[in-house]
Design a protein around this ligand. Structure first.
Ligand code: NAD
Length: 512
C-alpha cells in the first residue's frame, strides 16, 4: 500500500506535511503540535499535520461569520447547486478517497468506498432538499390576518466527528447545513485527520470555482481541546457532535450552559432479537456482518444477540461455524472480512472487556486474541469473540468499540424486548422473525426504544433517506434524511394583518 498511498495522496492533493486549519482553500499557519497519522493497517505514517492553535481557530470562526452574511443571501436552490457540484467532485475522487479512508481508519475498501458513496448520496439528497425547506401555513383566529412559519439559517454549525466514519459524518451535516444557508466549521477526529484534509481539498475547489466566500467551509484539526473551544463558543449557534457518550455528556453540558443548540450522535449498544420464528438463513449473515464488520467499530454494530431458547443452540453452532471462516487481515485486500482496530488503545479496551465479561461469569464461545506475526505488525488486529452472558452484566450494558458479541437467552417476546431496552443506549435494534404479531409489537410504542428499529435486517448501517440517530444515552439527535434538516435552521412564526383593525388574540379588548 505504501507505494499506492503516495499516488493516492498526490491525486487528492494531500502533502506529507499539512496545515491543520483552513478556510476554504486558504490554509492557515499554526503553531500547534505536529501529529503523525499512523495507519492501523500496517503501522506506517500516512502524513503529518500541524494542529490548529487558538489563533487559527479564531481566524476560521471570524471568516465563517463573514461568510455567513453572504452565503445566507444566496437563494437555497443556488446553494443546492454548489452542493450538487460537490457531489460530482466526490464521484470523481471516490476511489482515492475511499482507499484513503480504508487505509487511515482500517475499514474494508468496500466500506471505505461505501462511505464516500454515502457522501455522494447525501449531496444528492441535499440538492432536492434545497427546494423543499417547507414551512406550514396556519389559519389565524383573527379576521384578515395570515399566519405562516418560515425557516431561516442559524449561522455557524460546528461539526465534531468521530474516527469511525471519518468523512461521511461531515457530509451528513455539511451538505444539509449548506443548503439550509449555514456555514460549517469541522473539527474532525484526531485519529483520522488526513481523510479530513482530503475532503477539504475536494470541497475548497468547488467553492473557489463558484466564487463563494471561503469561510463557508472551515476546518480545524486538533484534539478534544479544540472541540471544547468550539462547544463553548457563543459565536457557534449549533454544535453537531458525533462520538462517545462520554464526550456527548460533556459537550451537551457546555452547549446547554450557553443555551446553544446541539445534535448529539453518541454510542450505541445494539441488539438483535432472534425469535423462534426467525429465518436462520438470513439471521446468521446479518448477525455476523453486524458484529464483525468494521471490526465492530460502527455505532450501529451488533453487540448483543437476544435469542429464543428454542433456537439458541442452533444459532450458537452456526455462529461458531461462520466465525471459523472469517479472514482477518489487510482491509484493502477484498478477500479479508475483518480489518484492524483503530489503534493499540482500542486493542487494550477490547482485552479489558474480555477480561471483564469473564470475571462477571460470561462463558467463552470464541475467545479473543490479539494477532501477531506477518501482516499484523501494526498490533491492531484482533480476533472477533463471542461470549454467553447475562443481560445485566455491567460490561454488557456498556459499549465496547470492538468485535465482541454477547449471546443472551430469552423465553417470551415481552422478555426479549425488555432485555433489548434495558441498556442506557438507544441507537439501533432489530428483530428477526416471520411472525407479524412479534414484529408489530417490536415496532409499537411498547416495543424497541431505539431511534432505529429494523425487521429482518441487521442493526448495522442505515440509508441516508431516513433520519439517523438514537435515544437515551445515544443523545437524541437526528441527522441525514427525513426532516432532520430542521435542526440546522431556526423557525419563525409570522402573523400579517391586512385589515384596518387591530384585533388582539384570544379576543382581548384594549381600547384607548
Ligand atoms: P470520541 O468521543 O473519543 O471522539 C469523538 C470526537 O469528539 C473527536 O473529534 C474528539 O476529539 C472530540 N472530543 C472528545 N472529547 C471532547 C470534548 N470534551 N469536547 C469536545 N470534543 C471532544 O469518539 P471516537 O472514539 O472517535 O468514536 C467512537 C464513538 O463514536 C463510539 O461511541 C460510537 O458509537 C460513536 N459514534 C456514534 C455515531 C452516531 O451517529 N450515533 C456515529 C459514529 C460514531
Amino acid at each position: 500500500m505504501s507505494q499506492d498511498i503516495q499516488s493516492i495522496l498526490k491525486r487528492l492533493k494531500v502533502d506529507a506535511d499539512n496545515k491543520g486549519a483552513a478556510v476554504g482553500n486558504k490554509w492557515l499557519n499554526t503553531s500547534g503540535e505536529k501529529l503523525a497519522s499512523y495507519s492501523p493497517v500496517d503501522g506506517k505514517v500516512i502524513a503529518n499535520v500541524t494542529l490548529a492553535d487558538g489563533k487559527a481557530y479564531d481566524e476560521v470562526i471570524a471568516e465563517a461569520q463573514e461568510a455567513f452574511k453572504e452565503w445566507r443571501q444566496l437563494p437555497a436552490p443556488q446553494r443546492g447547486e454548489i452542493v450538487r457540484q460537490l457531489g460530482n467532485e466526490l464521484r470523481e475522487y471516490k476511489q482515492e478517497l475511499g482507499s484513503l479512508v480504508s487505509y487511515e481508519m482500517g475499514k474494508s475498501l468496500q466500506e471505505g468506498l461505501g462511505e464516500v458513496q454515502e457522501m455522494i448520496d447525501i449531496c444528492d439528497f441535499a440538492v432536492g432538499l434545497s427546494r423543499q425547506l417547507y414551512g406550514l401555513t396556519m389559519h389565524s383566529e383573527r379576521p384578515s390576518h395570515r399566519m405562516y412559519e418560515q425557516w431561516h439559517p442559524l449561522g455557524i454549525v460546528g461539526i465534531i466527528s468521530a474516527f469511525n466514519f471519518p468523512v461521511a459524518v461531515w457530509s451528513w451535516n455539511a451538505a444539509l447545513a449548506w443548503v439550509c444557508g449555514d456555514v460549517c466549521v469541522w473539527k474532525p477526529s484526531e485519529k483520522a485527520p488526513i481523510s479530513a484534509i482530503a475532503c477539504q481539498k475536494i470541497a475548497e475547489r468547488v467553492f473557489e470555482k463558484n466564487g463563494i466566500h471561503p469561510g463557508v467551509c472551515g476546518l480545524v484539526i486538533g484534539d478534544a481541546e479544540i472541540g471544547k473551544k468550539l462547544a463553548a463558543d457563543t459565536r457557534v449557534p449549533l454544535i453537531s457532535a458525533t462520538g462517545s457518550t462520554r464526550m456527548g455528556k460533556k459537550v451537551g453540558e457546555v452547549v446547554g450552559a450557553r443555551l446553544g443548540k446541539h445534535i448529539l450522535e453518541l454510542g450505541g449498544n445494539n441488539a438483535m432479537i432472534i425469535s423462534e420464528h426467525a429465518d436462520l438463513n438470513i439471521v446468521v449473515p446479518g448477525a455476523v456482518f453486524g458484529a464483525v464488520g468494521t471490526a465492530g467499530q460502527r455505532c450501529t454494530s451488533t453487540r448483543r444477540l437476544i435469542i429464543h431458547e428454542s433456537q439458541y443452540e442452533e444459532v450458537k453452532e452456526r455462529l461458531v461455524k461462520a466465525y471459523g471462516q472469517l479472514r482477518i487481515g489487510d482491509p484493502l485486500d477484498e478477500n479479508n472480512h475483518v480489518g484492524p482496530l483503530i489503534d493499540t488503545d482500542a486493542v487494550k479496551m477490547y482485552q479489558a472487556a474480555i477480561e471483564k465479561v469473564k470475571a462477571e461469569g460470561g462463558k467463552t464461545v470464541i475467545d479473543g486474541e490479539v494477532l501477531t506475526g506477518a501482516g499484523y505488525e501494526s498490533g491492531c488486529y484482533v480476533k472477533p469473540a463471542i461470549f454467553e452472558a447475562k443481560a445485566d452484566y455491567e460490561i454488557v450494558c456498556n459499549e465496547t468499540f470492538a468485535p465482541i458479541l454477547y449471546l443472551i437467552k430469552y423465553s417470551t417476546i415481552e422478555e426479549a424486548i425488555e432485555i433489548q431496552n434495558a441498556v442506557p443506549q438507544g441507537l439501533s435494534s432489530a428483530i428477526m422473525t416471520t411472525n407479524i404479531r412479534e414484529s408489530e409489537l417490536f415496532l409499537s410504542h411498547a416495543g424497541s426504544d431505539c431511534g432505529i428499529a429494523n425487521v429482518n435486517i441487521g442493526t448495522s448501517g442505515a440509508e441516508i433517506g431516513g433520519a439517523f440517530g438514537g435515544e437515551k444515552e445515544t443523545g437524541g439527535g437526528r441527522e441525514s434524511g427525513s426532516d432532520a434538516w430542521k435542526a440546522y435552521m431556526r423557525r419563525q412564526t409570522n402573523t400579517i394583518n391586512y385589515s384596518t383593525e387591530l384585533p388582539l388574540a384570544q379576543g382581548i379588548k384594549f381600547e384607548l
